[in-house]
Write a protein that binds this ligand. Structure first.
Ligand code: HEC
Length: 292
């Protein structure tokens, strides 16, 4: 029974640890395991975003992707919130002010243009999906708010896709405006390779290789799809800690309660010893009752 209880406690403990360790990584490991592998700082239960990478990633999004892809769920104020790129509030304000936002109607009933504010949503490149598709040879550049979550393979998929442009194999037919990509389902994508070495210039001196730029923008997209990832990880850590303490207490009190009863093995040993003693005394012709 005692051994049993110990085993139950240990099993609970191990299942909690394994559940927590894998709970957050499922979105980055899709069925196709051929994705390029990258070290993501945000993976695992204790993962956090690399702040500098998020800031660079925002720059890449803005300089390169924002011409075609919207991120409609993000507001400029998100850029300075905890757990995100954490730009200073003044920086986020300045970023917002670079954009023109249609507001109104004013007292004359007319719409007007004003500089963006922190409370504004990210400005979209196209007024609607049809206009976006029409400008891109009929293919709609998907909104990036949840792309990292919506696509199997998550971060690994997006990173691989950005790195996966290749010459099509000989004899492979590609229409105009269609490109060959190793990681796009079906290998055909209607987006020209967006990233190349040196396509952006980083203020912090980080090298601007295609791989680095792709990694930064992917990190940004993972945050955009999951702005509360860090808060959730912190909460997970607290729960984890609490459970360890709880299980330790359960274990200790179990030890205490059960120490009052001898273990099964001890009892059996005792019985065996009594029996042997009786046999010996009977053999010697003594009355076991008077044996001292
Ligand atoms: C010139 C416009 C344009 C630019 C710039 C652009 N994209 Fe795209 N993107 C598209 C279009 C169009 C599609 C849809 C392609 C298709 O469905 O074949 C697409 C699709 C994608 C996809 C999704 C593939 C899928 O699974 O559906 C990802 C990821 C992506 N783009 C990432 C980026 C990133 C990151 C950048 C910036 C570094 C970027 N794109 C810049 C037009 C663009």
């Amino acid at each position: 029974m005692l051994v049993h209880l110990n085993r139950i406690i240990l099993t609970i403990f191990i299942s909690i640890i394994t559940t927590l360790s894998f709970a957050d990584s499922q979105h980055s490991h899709g069925a196709n395991t051929n994705y390029l592998k990258t070290d993501w700082s945000f993976e695992g239960i204790f993962g956090t975003f690399d702040r500098a990478s998020l800031q660079r990633g925002y720059q890449v999004y803005q300089d390169v992707c924002a011409g075609c892809h919207s991120v409609q769920h993000l507001s400029y104020r998100n850029l300075s919130e905890k757990g995100g790129p954490e730009f200073l509030p003044e920086e986020a304000k300045a970023i917002a002010a670079q954009f023109e936002v249609t507001d109104g109607p004013n007292e004359d009933g007319e719409m007007f243009i004003r500089p963006g504010r922190l409370s504004d949503k990210f400005v979209k490149p196209f007024p609607n999906a049809k206009a976006a598709a029409a400008a891109n040879g009929g293919a709609y550049p998907p909104d990036m708010s949840v792309l990292a979550k919506a696509r199997k393979g998550g971060a690994d998929y997006i990173y691989s896709l950005l790195m996966g442009y290749e010459e099509a194999p000989t004899g492979y037919e590609l229409d105009d405006g269609v490109y060959y990509n190793k990681y796009m389902p079906g290998n055909k994508i209607k987006m020209a390779e967006p990233i190349s070495d040196g396509i952006v210039e980083y203020a912090d001196g980080t090298e601007t290789t295609k791989a680095q730029i792709s990694k930064d923008v992917t990190t940004f997209l993972v945050w955009a799809a999951d702005p509360h990832l860090e808060a959730r990880h912190k909460m997970g850590f607290k729960v984890f800690f609490y459970l360890i303490i709880l299980l330790t207490l359960v274990y200790l009190s179990k030890q205490k309660v059960w120490s009052q009863f001898g273990s099964k093995e001890e009892k059996e040993e005792e019985e065996a010893f009594d029996k042997a003693e009786r046999v010996v005394t009977e053999y010697e012709g003594e009355d076991p009752k008077t044996f001292k």
